[in-house]
Design a protein around this ligand. Structure first.
Ligand SMILES: CCCCCCCCCCC/C=C/C(=O)SCCNC(=O)CCNC(=O)[C@H](O)C(C)(C)COP(=O)(O)OP(=O)(O)OC[C@H]1O[C@@H](n2cnc3c(N)ncnc32)[C@H](O)[C@@H]1OP(=O)(O)O
Ligand code: NDP
Length: 321
């Protein structure tokens, strides 16, 4: 009963929940059954943002494969999500462990999904992460772990899903990246990887248009979840608390604010959108950097001349300018 007729006689979709403020966690604003019989792989689908994406897809009737390294946590998340599926829904959720850093494991994941479901309509590359460290203290191994996960892992998942299914049948891919638009001091490895995925998204959107595959990215601002916070160990609570003033919203985002955008990009409502990156950050990327630069005199001096003299005058304690 979401369908209404507009004044021009067109059938439009109207969901009463759209009037609700705010959106309820665990309740999609999209039409129930929107993704009935579709099949999605959500990497990192057992925690945080990925779990919210998987739950919203399930609510919309999609069969969802959640995948990440830790099998037990994945199974527990799947059990929890199963409790929310109404008996009338055709949807199901299954956990399939896979480390996206391993090409063989990704190949295994894709072939298991095709064996079990016979199709893959959606791929959400959400699995990933990083640790905080200035570059000078970052080891080669640490840099590589982050690049292998966020960049190469995304490449591998995209390539395997495309060659095994989407090349012949079409599909939609959404890559989760980050707010790296001003660089990412303190987490330069992830900034470099996510920026590369932003570019990869555009290349794939063009290369795979011929197969009817749409490829987009979502760049979240600072999104709070317990698992995201725990990743940073004892630094976690402070990192997330410290981030609040840097959001124009003056609050952090939550995973459900990312999942609705991902569902939009996967849906027919986005049928003409490809190669785009949607920033979901309340404007954070347009605002202040969190990286403090202390006062210093290390910068190279400006060239001598009349402008430099005038500038010195301006900066004198009792300048008349
Ligand atoms: C001062 C900072 C200013 C920045 C402001 C921050 C604002 C708040 C944050 C907002 C943005 C949030 C973004 C998010 O993405 S939140 C989600 C976080 N979730 C995750 O990151 C989950 C997944 N993460 C991981 O699995 C790991 O972080 C990692 C990708 C690194 C993989 O780890 P894994 O344990 O699987 O890898 P390895 O065992 O192979 O280790 C490889 C080497 O990596 C180095 N390393 C790993 N962790 C650390 C660490 N905490 N500190 C320093 N170095 C680290 C290390 O060299 C590892 O090798 P060794 O163990 O042999 O030394
Ligand atoms: N929270 C935030 O503020 C932001 C998050 N992001 C990104 O969004 C995504 C989700 O993060 P979020 O939900 O917040 O944090 P979480 O830590 O809850 O999620 C990270 C997920 O990625 C999985 N993962 C990590 N490494 C691998 C791997 N090698 N293979 C497969 N799965 C892996 C983890 O599962 P497991 O350990 O079982 O493998 C976990 O489920 C991440 O890519 C994150 O970096 C981007 C911008 C901001």
């Amino acid at each position: 009963n979401c369908r209404k007729t507009s004044s021009r006689g067109r059938s439009v979709v109207f969901c009463p929940q759209w009037d609700q403020q705010p959106k309820m966690a665990g309740s999609s604003v999209f039409r129930p059954g929107l993704f009935n019989h579709k099949v999605a792989i959500v990497t990192g689908g057992g925690t945080g943002i990925g779990k919210a994406i998987a739950a919203e897809l399930l609510e919309l009737g999609c069969n969802v494969v959640i995948s990440s390294r830790k099998a037990e946590r994945l199974e527990a998340a799947a059990q929890e999500m199963r409790q929310q599926i109404p008996p009338s829904s055709p949807a199901c959720v299954i956990p399939l462990p896979c480390n996206i850093r391993s090409e063989d494991e990704v190949k295994g994941l894709v072939s298991s999904v095709l064996q079990q479901f016979g199709r893959i309509d959606f791929l959400v590359n959400n699995g990933g992460g990083q640790f905080s460290s200035p570059v000078e203290h970052m080891s080669y191994k640490g840099w590589k772990a982050v690049i292998d996960t966020n960049l190469t892992g995304t490449f591998t998942c995209c390539k395997e899903v495309y060659t095994a299914w989407m090349k012949e049948h079409g599909g939609v891919i959404v890559n989760i990246i980050a707010d790296m638009w001003k660089g990412f001091p303190g987490m330069a490895h992830t900034g470099a990887a996510r920026s590369a995925v932003d570019n990869l998204t555009k290349s794939l959107a063009i290369e795979w248009a011929v197969s009817g595959v749409r490829v987009n990215a979502v760049a979240p601002g600072t999104i709070f979840s317990k698992t995201a916070m725990e990743n940073y160990k004892e630094l976690g609570p402070n990192l997330f608390k410290m981030s609040v003033p840097f959001s124009p919203a003056k609050r952090l985002g939550v995973p459900e604010e990312i999942s609705s955008a991902v569902c939009f990009l996967l849906s027919p409502a986005a049928s003409y959108i490809s190669g785009a990156t949607l920033r979901i950050d309340a404007g954070q990327s347009l605002y202040r950097s969190m990286w403090e630069i202390p006062n210093h005199s290390a910068w190279p001096k400006a060239p001598d001349g009349e402008n430099q003299e005038a500038l010195k005058d301006l900066l004198k304690p009792q300048s008349k300018l």
